[in-house]
Design a protein around this ligand. Structure first.
Ligand code: IPM
Ligand code: MG
Length: 357
């Protein structure tokens, strides 16, 4: 079958890691008989440079026409230290999420035995960690209105809003994930303080009734932040709102100590987007040192979740694991004898080719 993929390399190391994922997808196609067609679009600082808009309408159209979106990274240091900048690359990301209805961000965090020593946590704490974080992505304080400044400029405000339907779809998604796994969902909120969190809890409890085989528990976000580093293997599926999910998913990504390896999916109403969780890492841009694995595993998630090609996705995952075990890893994981971005990508491609014989 032919699948049309929108490629949005974006900023920083985005283009380099996307290039490796495209190579891997092409080889996967050769080996399995599928064809993947790619069309590039602009997003982020490169799009601002081109047209002044971090998420131009042509890119939105391209995304809507495609079967799935593969995205690199967004952000440029030029904007980070300039709070007065009117247009920012990150606005492109937020617009992309809301325009495409990408309502849930799914981040698997699984410890890779060959890399267990990389974690800042003790190996015995990390062992057995296998979490799926489901973060609500188009609601909450990120998008609530009103927001802004008082007339005298001395007060600023943001609004956190959630509707039942926004909560329902993401909790259902979490429960469906749990069903295929260890059948446990932890809903993380701040129901002792926030009205939105109380609506989350009430709604989630009702939904739990539809999944009698899934155990649901609730945890306050401050406690969850602690439990994630104290005993991460106690979690199976985590479901939480936008801002808590932003913070906790970065925390969770450190458990494995291999930020560059972790993929994510942003599930949408009609199309979905896949991206590595590391950012644009501008210091490494153009040096051929970035870790392409997070993007390659994001492409594998795309095959599985958007195209239903679970076997093909598994092939990529196995090729990545074998390559890592062989020691073909980039400088973020190996300082003595690291391989380059392109060599890491090529090695994964050659493992994949071996699967065909
Ligand atoms: C993320 C990022 C974004 C977010 C930023 C870049 C707007 O941190 O994808 O987690 O806060 O959602
Ligand atoms: Mg974040």
């Amino acid at each position: 079958m032919n699948y049309n993929i929108a490629l949005l390399p974006g900023d920083g190391i985005g283009p380099e890691v996307i290039e490796q994922a495209v190579k891997v997808l092409k080889v996967t196609g050769e080996v399995t008989g599928h064809t993947f067609s790619f069309t590039e679009g602009l997003v982020g600082a490169v799009a601002i440079d081109h047209s002044g808009n971090p998420f131009p309408d042509e890119t939105l159209d391209l995304c809507r026409r495609s079967d799935a979106i593969l995205f690199g990274a967004i952000g440029h240091p030029r904007y980070d230290n300039d709070p007065s900048a009117k247009v920012r690359p990150e606005q492109g990301l937020l617009r992309m999420r809301s325009e495409l209805g990408l309502y849930a961000n799914v981040r698997p965090v699984k410890s890779i035995p060959a890399l267990a020593g990389m974690s800042p946590l003790k190996e015995e704490i990390v062992a057995g960690t296998d979490i799926v974080m489901v973060r609500e992505l188009t609601g909450g304080i990120y998008f609530g209105k009103p927001r802004g400044r008082s007339e005298d400029g001395l007060t600023a405000y943001d609004t956190c809003t959630y509707s039942r339907s926004e909560i329902e779809r993401v909790v259902h998604l979490g429960c469906r994930y749990a069903r295929q796994r260890r059948k446990k969902v932890t809903v993380i909120d701040k129901a002792n303080v926030l009205a939105t969190s109380r609506l989350w809890r009430e709604t989630a409890k009702e939904i739990a009734g539809e999944y009698p085989d899934v155990e649901m528990d609730f945890m306050f976000v401050d406690n969850a932040a602690m439990q994630l580093v104290r005993n991460p293997s106690a979690f199976d599926v985590i479901v939480t709102e936008n801002m808590f999910g932003d913070i906790l998913s970065d925390e969770a990504s450190m458990i494995t100590g291999s930020l560059g390896m972790l993929p994510s999916a942003s599930i949408g109403l009609s199309t979905s987007l896949y991206e590595p969780i590391h950012g644009s890492f501008p210091q490494a841009a153009g040096k051929n040192i970035a870790n392409p694995v997070g993007t390659i595993l994001s492409a594998a998630m795309m095959l599985d979740l958007s195209f239903g090609l679970a076997k093909e996705a598994e092939m990529i995952t196995v090729a990545v694991e074998e390559t890592v075990k062989e020691g073909y890893v980039t400088a973020d994981l190996e300082d003595r004898n690291p391989c380059s971005t392109t060599v890491a990508g090529e090695r994964i491609c050659s493992r994949l080719r071996e699967f065909s014989v």
